[in-house]
Design a protein around this ligand. Structure first.
Ligand code: ACM
Length: 563
């Protein structure tokens, strides 16, 4: 019972065990029972003898008829004294009882039971002769933070829908509850737009991709890359996520990072006469949208399409990072617009533009989320959530100014950094962020005031995909660092994590996750000597953090930094 990840709040083991039998059942209100059944799908649990009876046909077909087909071996009841994600599980030799504050709590109770079963419960079907004992005891559990997230960049490398759905499943296994999808950047636009179809027709693919690393030689693979989600795909992803207590947070990163948008609609650029391609290399591009009202109207239409497809969108990320404002300063029309608004600098205009978009989103029922540059340039709506990727200090300033924040700092939350500086590692943006670094992370520094601390919604890890071309590499980068993130954001500290990890990796093995083994890559996970070779020392993470902290104090807050 002690090797659960994330560690539950209260754990009280008792002697003996309960064993699920074939045709075990769940009884209770349909929404709660369905959530338990989803988490324990491998058990193929039927309906109980009260509550829902949606599976009459199957029960009726079983020997003995509907009356005796299922034994109600798990009962789940609502407990309104608990928070919506909280639950209690009691296992005794005769039965399993769950009390849940809501469907999310019931799902998490199911996930905890799955971890209490043998690791084969993480396979998609039971192996022949499988037995499902669960140790007796009681668990009471509730999360420390409400935002326990993963960010996935699907622009630099598109991840097909199946990878997104699989990641959602793995987030739910770990009681992580936010999937921030970075849907638009210089290297690709990834959503269908019915109103502005050139976005996906032109913006979703590039002819080739660089194989250059940082300051290395410029070479290309000469292979086309692309893909996008239809609006129907987005609806499916959101519904799949909701059933697993995961909220999808879409991001359209503007006004910088705009090459893909401008490849499709060059008239939106700060210099409408410039022509752009979907970018085929990494780094910061000067391509920037104009901040004129026509751009806000264009984006408002696209935001509305995305919100309609995803269903309720409580949070919508609009980027705001790494903007090169030179083209704004060089445009007579944009300068005239700035002056007409009484704004002193292009940085102020950057803030005004993002505030305008946040107002649009408020009308669509969404709170805007931004990277920290948008906070530093000022003028955000009060309800805008800030992601301080450039470090803890800028996060503190945003919190002190009254913004909710989600910890996202490069160290230790950028999982595109290598876990070791070993030549065996595959190429990464830099070194080194270990599982232990993540487990030791404290989202609320002890020096913060209670008011500042109260602004921390939680934390999330970032999977930027310049060097993550596919799902196999994604597994390697995400896990087990993501397991540590789950422990930090749910349990609140690393206690017991290292001891629990070996058993948990057995679960991930059964699931089929190609995580990075703690001892280093398997032979076929190494970088080799070709384009995926490890290139040490390009960017050491400590150096990046020093540089970023300096930038957040610089007068020109929008000056781009290392990406
Ligand atoms: C970022 O890494 N530019 C948010």
């Amino acid at each position: 019972m002690t090797d659960l990840i994330p560690r539950p709040k209260v754990l009280d083991p008792a002697p003996g065990s309960f064993e699920f039998t074939p045709r075990a059942a769940v009884s209770g209100p349909a929404d709660l029972a369905d959530a338990v059944r989803l988490a324990l799908a491998v058990l193929d649990l039927g309906p109980g003898d009260h509550g829902d009876h949606t599976d009459i046909a199957r029960a009726g077909a079983a020997p003995g008829g509907a009356q005796t087909a299922h034994q109600a071996t798990i009962s789940v009841e609502p407990d309104l004294s608990l928070g919506p994600e909280s639950y209690a599980v009691t296992v005794d030799p005769e039965a399993v009882r769950i009390a849940a504050g809501g469907a999310a709590g019931a799902l998490y109770a199911g996930q905890t039971l799955r971890q209490l079963l043998p690791a084969d419960a993480f396979r998609s079907v039971p192996l022949p002769g499988a037995r499902w004992p669960v140790p007796c005891g009681r668990i009471e559990d509730a999360p420390r933070f409400s935002w326990r997230g993963a960010h996935l960049d699907v622009s630099r490398h598109f991840m097909p829908k199946r990878e997104v759905l699989r990641l959602i499943d793995l987030l739910a296994v770990h009681k992580l509850n936010r999937l921030h999808l970075h849907l638009a950047d210089d290297q690709g636009w990834r959503v269908e737009s019915r109103a502005h179809p050139l976005l996906h027709e032109i913006g979703s693919h590039r002819a080739r991709t660089t194989t250059r690393h940082f300051r290395g030689e410029t070479e290309y693979d000469d292979t086309p890359h692309g893909g996008f989600y239809t609006l129907a795909d987005l609806s499916e992803i959101a519904a799949y996520a909701r059933a697993r207590a995961v909220t999808v947070v879409p991001e359209i990163d503007v006004p910088g990072h705009a090459s893909a948008i401008l490849a499709a609609y060059p008239h939106l650029g700060a210099d409408p006469a410039s022509r752009h391609d979907v970018l085929d290399r990494w780094g910061i591009s000067p391509a920037i949208l104009s901040p004129l009202p026509g751009t806000i109207d264009f984006l408002a239409t696209v935001f509305a399409e995305i919100v309609e497809a995803l269903g309720p969108v409580p949070y919508f990320h609009i980027g705001g990072d790494e903007c090169v404002l030179d083209d704004w300063a060089a445009s007579a029309e944009i300068e005239a617009h700035r002056e007409s608004l009484g704004l002193a600098t292009p940085g102020d205009l950057h803030a005004w533009f993002l505030r305008g978009l946040a107002d649009v989103l408020a009308g669509l029922g969404s709170r805007a989320v931004v990277w920290d540059e948008a906070f530093v340039s000022g003028m955000l709506r009060e309800d805008t959530v800030v992601m301080p990727w450039r470090g803890v200090e800028v996060g503190r300033r945003a919190a002190a100014a009254g913004h909710d924040i989600v910890a996202t700092s490069v160290f230790p939350l950028y999982f595109d950094y290598a876990e070791a500086a070993s030549p065996e590692e595959p190429v990464a943006i830099g070194d080194t962020i270990t599982v232990a670094d993540v487990a030791a992370f404290e989202p609320v520094p002890a020096s913060w005031t209670p008011a500042e601390a109260g602004r921390v919604l939680g934390a999330q890890f970032q999977l930027w995909t310049e060097r993550i071309p596919d799902g196999r590499t994604l597994d390697y980068r995400a896990w087990p660092r993501g397991c540590a993130m789950a422990q930090v954001t749910w349990s609140g500290d690393a206690e017991g994590f290292a001891a629990a990890l070996p058993a948990h990796l057995g679960r991930l093995d059964a699931y089929g996750v190609e995580y990075r083994p703690p001892a280093g890559p398997r032979p076929w996970q190494r970088g080799g000597t070709g384009v995926r070779r490890h290139r040490p020392g390009a960017v050491a993470v400590a150096e990046v953090m020093r540089h970023l902290e300096e930038l957040t104090h610089a007068a020109d807050s929008t000056r781009p930094s290392l990406g």
